[in-house]
Design a protein around this ligand. Structure first.
Ligand code: ZN
Length: 321
């Protein structure tokens, strides 16, 4: 990862490279209803309650201050300067590469490998948001060390924290789907992997991803070392969707244990605090993530996006080291 940006580099970035017109439309529209926040010294965003009535004011502010970090609220308010009279909030999913519970790189911070894994996870979340929940107004932002998914469909913007938490659990596959179906007299068993729609399908996809990315350093409370070995040995069956063989080889009781553990791990895929917070501020797209010297930016095509090509500001290439 890059070295932090110096004040000179930040100034250069905001004077020469940054352009207020490149702010995404979803930020520009209704900008005057959002709260802005800034971190000037690299100690956290303590310059809060700022508002900008036009792009011109924001442009002047950024040029003049060249902040260490810039943020704006996910919420829209009638009185953003007081953080009062809340109208609505974007629905946010924050996938930080450093915090992914299962990542194969084992690096200390973030690297190409875990950023790539964050991207894969984000793609899966988008598919579910679109396919299962019918949401359309979804924006992907590269944050500098992971991704923010920002949903602006009117149907979700007024939702309270409880509903947002429910959507989050559905999306990441944190709850084990029931396997017993039927009415009182006739009960039958159906495992999640044999149901090709709805939540069982989402859970199956997340479970598969997690098991295929397990590394020996991951600790799971109720999984013994012997069972862990068995899982690693048999997981190739999941590549070809031979779920029955996988379950049979590790044993049905063990399978139940594994499913529970993976569900718990999946809860860590997305930062839940961010999703349920209706008044959060998030890093402003187009602004500089000074700690890692990368641009926070909207991603148009997640499949093709390469942060190490597209999100590196010019001054990084001109450093002499
Ligand atoms: Zn890494």
């Amino acid at each position: 990862m890059n070295e932090p940006a110096t004040l000179q580099e930040r100034r250069r970035y905001y004077r020469e490279e940054w352009n207020v017109k490149k702010l995404p439309d979803f930020i520009k529209e209704g900008m005057e209803q959002r709260e802005f926040g800034f971190d000037h010294l690299g100690k956290g965003p303590n310059d809060r309650y700022r508002i900008f009535r036009s792009l011109e004011y924001l442009k002047r502010f950024m040029r003049y201050k060249s902040p260490f970090a810039a943020y704006c609220s996910v919420a829209f308010y009638d009185k953003p300067f007081k953080r009062a009279d809340w109208i609505k909030s974007e629905l946010i999913f924050d996938v930080d590469a450093k915090d992914i519970p299962i990542r194969t790189c084992m690096c200390d911070n973030v690297c190409e490998v875990c950023l790539g894994e964050a991207k894969e996870i984000v793609s899966g979340l988008i598919d579910t948001l679109k396919g299962d929940l019918g949401l359309k107004d979804i924006h992907v932002i590269y944050s500098g060390r992971g991704y923010h998914l920002r949903v602006l469909d009117e149907t979700v913007m007024k939702m309270d924290s409880d509903i947002r938490a429910q959507i989050l659990k559905y999306l990441v596959g944190s709850e084990v789907p029931r396997s017993e179906y039927g009415t009182e007299g006739e009960k039958y068993q159906l495992e999640h992997f044999s149901i090709p729609f709805g939540y069982p399908k989402v859970f199956t996809q997340r479970f598969k991803y997690a098991v295929l990315h397990l590394t020996p350093n991951i600790e799971m409370e109720n999984i013994s070392p012997a069972l862990f070995k068995k899982v690693l040995k048999n997981r190739t069956y999941l590549l070809t969707d031979e779920w029955g063989l996988f379950r049979k080889n590790i044993g049905p009781i063990n399978y139940k244990k594994l499913v529970k553990e993976i569900g718990a791990l999946n809860m860590g895929l997305v930062d839940a605090k961010v999703s349920i917070d209706l008044k959060r501020i998030l890093r402003l797209p187009t602004s500089l993530h000074s700690k890692v010297s990368m641009k926070c930016m909207e991603v148009q095509n997640i499949e093709k996006f390469d942060p190490f090509k597209e999100a590196v500001p010019k001054f990084v290439y001109e450093r002499d080291d």
